[in-house]
Design a protein around this ligand. Structure first.
Ligand code: NAD
Length: 368
């Protein structure tokens, strides 16, 4: 399938193939939309088996970022970068800097950040070649690891869900099954325990599991059991696709609210959860804390301001829940509609501005 066939009808603006023979860089940057602002999204370093799989992934991820930024009320579009390779073996200074040069050529239409296979230190290196990098370390004026901020946002989302289902947002005494206690899950567990929730955890990584048990004294169950627990909240913070054909009928929780990306295998699983009376917090709304945090870097990072803005996830979810009730839609579909509606409305006002004063207009005689 050609690139144009892949992007046909989905509104993608630009796909950039990046090649550097010297460093071995092979990367693709996809800009899905700049309707709301520059396309911000992390760079994934992953050993894709072939170019087409890399393309499919970067397109899917870039579009997801458009929706996440739009739903979070940010002036950002959606984009993503993928570097094809094994991050443990192929990641070198010259390769990351070559990548940074390509990011720079886009002049700010795409702004990058860390993602799977890249970390803070890598962004510091990319930044040596490009201004258009966020999520750098504090040393470089960046915001550092976004995971604790993402976890803080998820906590706000869980509170909004508790209010919706139980009429009380207080997590005290609420039971939570937490799947995956890596960077975000670890921080979320800390917040929940401090707030008085009873947390049970599962993780395939025994070291991560042991660290959280030792620090917070929580219970554990097997990774096959965690989503089946009869609890108030199931919080997926590991991999995506946890609500699928096999698992959907096994949930015994009242709420699904966690950090993992792409929690629903597809939109129909959101409909099924609604039918089952389980409140689902759409992933790209509840996990936007990390994005809000790196966006704040573009203004000159202020941690307090970033945290304050992340608190807004509570209200944002309340709005989605109201939409879902009023329009008899799943929360997942309501969130998509909300994002699409915002993009449409803001694009419209931008169009007017460009037509009247934009660089292509000639009636002003070049004076603006
Ligand atoms: P991470 O890799 O640090 O942690 C993931 C944890 O999940 C690991 O401990 C891993 O062992 C565990 N895990 C994997 N498969 C599992 C399974 N089947 N059962 C139980 N545990 C399993 O990643 P993270 O940064 O904490 O991110 C977690 C999720 O949140 C990811 O889906 C990520 O895309 C998403 N997310 C993260 C951020 C962020 O700021 N880090 C922001 C938005 C979304």
């Amino acid at each position: 399938m050609s690139v144009f066939e892949h992007i046909n009808g989905d509104g993608y603006e630009q796909i950039v193939y990046c090649n550097d023979d010297h460093s071995g860089l092979k990367a693709i940057i996809a800009i899905h939309s700049t309707a709301l602002g520059p396309a911000l999204g992390g760079t994934r370093f992953y050993p894709y088996p072939n170019e087409e799989e890399a393309l499919v992934d970067v397109l899917r991820l870039a579009k997801g970022m458009t929706y996440k930024a739009a739903a979070a009320g940010l002036d950002l579009g959606g984009g993503k970068g993928v570097i094809i390779g094994d991050s443990r073996r192929d990641k070198t200074e010259e390769l990351l800097r070559a990548y940074g040069r390509f990011v720079e050529t886009l002049g700010g239409r795409y702004i990058t950040a860390e993602d799977v296979g890249t970390a803070l230190g890598d962004m510091d290196i990319v930044r040596r070649e490009s201004r258009w990098v966020t999520g750098c370390s504090h040393t470089y004026g960046g915001s550092g690891d976004p995971s604790p901020v993402t976890a803080f946002g998820v906590l706000q989302g869980i509170k909004a869900c508790l209010l919706e289902v139980f009429g009380d947002s207080d997590p005290t005494g609420r039971t939570v099954a937490l799947q995956g206690v890596g960077k975000v899950g670890y921080a979320l567990c800390g917040y929940l325990v401090k707030a008085g929730a009873k947390v049970t955890i599962a993780d395939v990584d025994v070291d991560n599991l042991a660290r959280v048990v030792k620090e917070f004294g929580v219970d554990t169950v097997g990774t096959d059991e965690i989503h089946k627990l009869e609890v108030d909240v199931f919080a997926p913070c590991g991999l995506g696709g946890v609500v699928n054909d096999d698992t959907v009928s096994e949930f015994r929780c009242k709420v699904i609210a966690g950090a993992a990306n792409n929690q629903l295998a597809d939109e129909t699983h959101g409909d099924k959860l609604r039918d089952m009376g389980i409140l689902y917090a759409p992933d790209f709304v509840i996990n936007a804390g990390g994005l809000i945090n790196v966006e704040d870097e573009l203004r000159g990072y202020d941690r307090n301001r970033a945290m304050k803005r992340v608190e807004g996830i509570y209200k944002q979810l309340q709005h989605i829940f109201t939409m879902s009730r009023e329009r008899a839609l799943s929360t997942a579909r309501a969130a998509n509609e909300y994002a699409e509606d915002r993009i449409r409305k803001i694009s419209r006002i931008r169009l007017v501005r460009v037509t009247e004063y934009g660089p292509l207009s000639t009636h002003t005689g070049g004076q603006r």
